[in-house]
Design a protein around this ligand. Structure first.
Ligand SMILES: [Cu+2]
Length: 140
């Protein structure tokens, strides 16, 4: 009976606090136009901090992480980025985005993961990068 009570109390506490915040650090693959981390998993509604840790050493290799709720909008977002401030368009498909990080810089964004489980694509919107720099956020 005592154990059951402890179990129930623990269960209640976990239930109330919800999923803890998680930090995902994403680096580019050296000086290549590619993400080193191409997949990560979070829980639905979880608070997520994404850090773009741009380890590149070439000045032109600027990167960000832009998460979309619609994979079919990659080209649209990538094209609009060309003429947007900070190369980040104001597009309804964007769930979250880090600011652009120059070589050797770190930028971050904190957001709430979608409540709908599934696969969400992320890209880098620096001009010319979105076709190569892609990854998947899995929400479960
Ligand atoms: Cu990039």
């Amino acid at each position: 009976m005592k154990y059951l009570l402890i179990f129930l109390m623990t269960f209640t506490l976990v239930g109330c606090s919800g999923p803890k915040q998680v930090t995902i650090t994403i680096q580019p693959d050296g000086n290549k136009m590619a993400f080193l981390t191409t997949e990560f998993t979070v829980k639905a509604n979880q608070e997520v901090k994404i850090v773009m840790d741009n380890t590149a050493t070439i000045e032109v290799m600027k990167h960000n992480v832009v998460i979309l709720n619609d994979e079919s909008k990659i080209n649209e977002v990538g094209q609009q980025a060309l003429s947007s401030p900070g190369y980040l368009p104001n597009h309804s498909a964007i769930i979250a985005a880090t600011p652009m990080a120059g070589a050797g810089e770190k930028t971050e964004v904190t957001f709430k993961a979608p409540s709908n489980p599934g696969e969400y694509v992320y890209i880098c919107t620096f001009p010319g990068h979105y076709m190569m720099m892609k990854g998947k956020m899995l929400v479960n």
